[in-house]
Design a protein around this ligand. Structure first.
Ligand code: HEC
Ligand code: HEC
Length: 411
């Protein structure tokens, strides 16, 4: 086993009680979607989970030294504010005394000191804080972000925003733009752009092309058999995009280079990314799309809807195969896609990408993550179906559209 990284420390922080990988998999748990299939190496998957949840790739250089988010958090981000911008708290990382304190109100959720205490417990999903005693007081000296910030949420089992981790589920409550805009290092002009994005959206190309076209944060589950990654199919495997994001968006130390877009970024002199891509990818491949809850759709209508999907709706011509996508065979021109033009007169997202095309979105677990399409222009599955009916002149009846929605909810 080559990789060591933060595995040991992260596990101790989680109080798993054991450093063995097998114990890690069973006792750090709390993720029903992480079914490890026989074809995957469980050791690699366990390493990948640690990286996904806890590794910053040394992006503190960006979030602390450049953006000074440690100052912002210590000065103004109490837990109530943190939860209001969509940050989530991992209930399993909270010791019983803290749980009790939250329940009986003796812990002050309106004090930034409590946020620092939660960071010290490693309980804020997607944030890694270093808390040190300065003049006898716990002080946040470094902070960085992990993949889990955007691609994990919690099940709210303890309270709203506090619960067990659900890795791979996009955090559609998170307002990354509003968080970045809190930094004193950002110009007023850029703050206006960041503040315009809203919940569940982030533009992973704005820092290169200056175009304000935020994307919905997609799931990182259900991708195990898909070899076109992102809504524009930029990469042939998950690791391609993980390298892109960790280096060019998170500010992790490493290199990303893409001749198709002319992007060339190197952060730091130490590569904190490359050795982690294989386990990180293995972990994401282990995350299966969550099945719909019983009773969340009408099974009889869904059966009828399946016939519409395969027939009059012509959906299956692109949404084919077990993942409901032809992504491994072809990409599609923007002219074929019903989610364009972009809102607010923004240039096509495809035009900003490496492929200039769109990937047919996989549909397993689609019930879980409204709004829909790369730009979030359809608020509900009803909106999706109405949009197709109009733009593709399908002439479906209201009953057929209603059945099709039930089918989509069943996937
Ligand atoms: C600030 C929020 C944010 C962070 C942090 C982030 N992502 Fe993403 N991620 C996004 C957005 C937005 C997209 C959509 C990009 C697109 O389609 O062009 C995306 C796309 C993806 C995809 C493609 C999904 C698909 O359907 O093909 C994967 C996989 C992914 N991210 C995994 C990761 C991993 C692993 C990390 C950590 C290295 C990470 N992301 C960090 C916001 C984020
Ligand atoms: C020409 C190929 C094509 C056809 C036909 C097609 N789709 Fe799509 N579909 C796509 C592409 C490409 C995307 C991704 C668009 C984007 O990212 O904005 C998509 C996205 C979606 C999404 C949103 C997924 C998400 O994660 O947000 C849903 C739902 C969907 N399609 C359902 C349908 C239904 C229902 C039909 C039939 C009425 C249909 N599609 C017909 C290509 C197609």
């Amino acid at each position: 086993m080559e990789y060591s990284g933060s595995l040991g420390t992260a596990c101790i922080k989680l109080a798993c009680g054991s450093l063995s990988i097998v114990a890690l998999l069973s006792s750090c748990g709390g993720n029903d979607t992480a079914a490890v299939t026989a074809s995957q190496d469980p050791v690699l998957v366990a390493q990948g989970r640690q990286i996904f949840r806890f590794d910053t790739f040394s992006d503190e250089t960006f979030w602390t030294d450049t953006l000074r988010m440690h100052d912002v958090i210590s000065a103004a981000v109490d837990p109530v504010t943190a939860l209001s911008v969509g940050l989530k708290v991992d209930a399993e990382a909270l010791p019983p005394a803290v749980v009790q304190g939250i329940q009986n109100g003796s812990i002050d959720l309106k004090s930034p000191e409590t946020t620092v205490a939660l960071l010290k417990l490693n309980a804020v999903v997607g944030l890694q804080g270093k808390v040190e005693a300065v003049n006898g007081k716990d002080t946040l000296t470094r902070v960085g972000i992990t993949c889990a910030l955007c691609h994990s949420t919690v099940d709210n089992s303890f309270a709203s925003g506090i619960g067990k981790r659900l890795d791979g589920w996009p955090n559609r409550d998170l307002n990354p733009g509003a968080i970045i805009a809190l930094s004193p290092a950002i110009s007023a002009e850029k703050k206006a752009v960041y503040n315009s994005w809203g919940k569940g959206k982030y533009d992973p190309r704005f820092n290169f092309d200056g175009i304000n076209g935020p994307q919905v944060i997609p799931p990182a589950f259900g991708l195990s058999n898909i070899h076109r990654i992102t809504s524009t199919g930029d990469g042939n495997d998950i690791a391609y995009w993980n390298r892109y994001v960790s280096v060019t968006q998170m500010g992790g130390h490493g290199t990303f280079s893409e001749p198709r877009t002319g992007i060339n970024v190197t952060n730091g002199t130490d590569d904190q990314v490359t050795s982690k891509l294989a386990p990180l990818q293995a972990y994401q491949r282990s995350l299966t799309a969550p099945p719909p809850a019983a009773g969340s759709f009408d099974p009889v209508a869904a059966q009828r809807g399946r016939l519409v999907f395969n027939g009059a709706g012509k959906c299956i011509t692109c949404h084919s195969g077990p993942e409901f996508t032809d992504a491994n065979l072809q990409l599609h021109f923007p002219s074929e896609v019903v989610s364009e033009p972009e809102p607010n007169g923004v240039p096509s997202y495809a035009s900003r990408s490496a492929t200039k095309m769109y990937r047919t979105a996989p549909l397993r677990g689609i019930w879980q993550h409204p709004p829909y399409f790369h730009n979030g222009t359809a608020a509900t599955l009803e909106d999706v179906v109405r949009t197709y009916n109009t733009k593709k002149s399908l002439q479906l009846t209201d009953a057929e559209m209603a059945d099709l929605v039930q089918y989509l909810k069943s996937l």
